[in-house]
Design a protein around this ligand. Structure first.
Ligand SMILES: *Cc1c(COP(=O)(O)O)cnc(C)c1O
Length: 333
């Protein structure tokens, strides 16, 4: 099976070569407190220390560096207000090309100015994410801009896979890797890299209990849509695309398990990261810690948990740290 997957080990090694010096090789540190709870050694890959605050810079940098000279002149485009938008804005500017980021009129001003500050050409259109995406499609069609999507793209997945290479290089004896899961670009790339070196290492995807599109799609055996629900792990929201071409088949072939977390468990993860590890991590970034605290991981050690990002609203972070309710109440009747 693995031979026919869209991304190979060579693609990931080529990506690592392409992005070397353009992204941070993030630290990997052991966690005594989580090791005690899990009963096996636990390591944290501090990818929230990545430039722009998330691993998305790896995929975006590889996608931009893979453009042809003609595509570089035309520039890149995406509709993202979150970590992918930041990453693409930074990657494009760093490589001297123009990034256009489309957003709806409803996006708060601080997010708009953040992406502008990173050097992107921000275009405000329409009243929803769908209308922003329609503008992206129009710019691709009429002006030849190159769309760089947040996960379902071979160069993006290969770029995210470089994080997996760093883990196996640092800790070849790793038995289990815990990966935050949404559209599956991170999980697909990391799993391909890790299993390319050691097929026996288990790779487990982690996501929130409600609104998890990849989990629902894996259960259904094909990409399906789910209703979006607000979550503390806001970077894990959104669909996987009904016409998914890369990440669904890779997650299907490579993930050993998917573990779901409640809002209260995610909040506990944010608190543990802060109080015990002295790290500010967004909800999506703590799901590995949350799963260990909730004792939802039964596979062996050493375990590596990827902390994937830190772009949390600091007022929300403060409320979670103070235990002022699990931000989005919880878990139905
Ligand atoms: C995008 C993102 C994820 C999920 O990555 P996918 O490739 O969509 O599965 C997890 N954590 C953070 C911080 C993110 O920005």
């Amino acid at each position: 099976m693995r031979g026919v997957l869209p991304i190979s080990m060579e693609d990931i090694r080529a990506a690592a070569h392409r992005i070397a010096g353009r992204v941070v090789e993030t630290p990997i540190v052991s966690s005594a407190s989580l090791g005690e709870i899990a009963g096996v050694p636990v390591w944290l890959k501090l990818e929230h220390h990545q430039t722009t605050g998330s691993f998305k810079l790896r995929g975006a940098t590889n996608a931009v560096a893979s453009l042809s000279p003609a595509e570089r002149v035309r520039g890149v485009v995406a509709a993202s207000t979150g970590n992918h938008g930041r990453a693409l804005a930074h990657a494009a500017k760093a490589q001297g090309i123009v990034a256009t980021i489309c957003m709806s009129r409803l996006v708060p001003e601080n997010k708009v100015s953040e992406i502008r500050r990173l050097g992107a050409d921000v275009r405000i259109v329409g009243r929803s994410q769908d209308e922003a995406q329609e503008e992206v499609d129009r710019l691709v069609r009429e002006q030849g801009l190159v769309m760089v999507p947040p996960f379902d793209h071979p160069a993006v997945v290969a770029g995210q896979g470089t994080l997996g290479l760093e883990i196996v290089d640092a800790l070849p004896q790793t038995a289990t890797v815990l990966v935050p899961l949404s559209g599956g670009g991170l999980a697909a790339g990391v799993a391909a890299a890790i299993k390319g070196v050691n097929p026996k290492t288990r790779v487990i995807g982690l996501t929130m209990e409600r609104g998890a599109a990849m989990k629902a799609s894996l259960d259904a055996g094909r990409p399906v849509q789910v209703e979006e629900v607000r979550s503390l792990a806001d970077s894990l929201g959104g669909g996987i695309g009904l016409d998914n071409r890369v990440t669904f088949s890779m997650c299907q072939a490579l993930l050993d398990d998917v573990v779901l977390l409640t809002e209260a468990e995610i909040a506990a993860g944010v608190r543990h990261a802060y109080a015990c590890e002295r790290e500010i991590v967004e909800g999506a970034g703590v799901v590995g810690i949350a799963a260990l605290l909730a004792e939802k991981i039964s596979s062996g050690g050493p375990i590596v948990a990827i902390l994937s990002g830190r772009n949390v609203d600091m007022e929300q972070h403060r409320r979670v740290i103070n235990g002022e309710g699990a931000a989005f109440e919880e878990d139905g009747p």
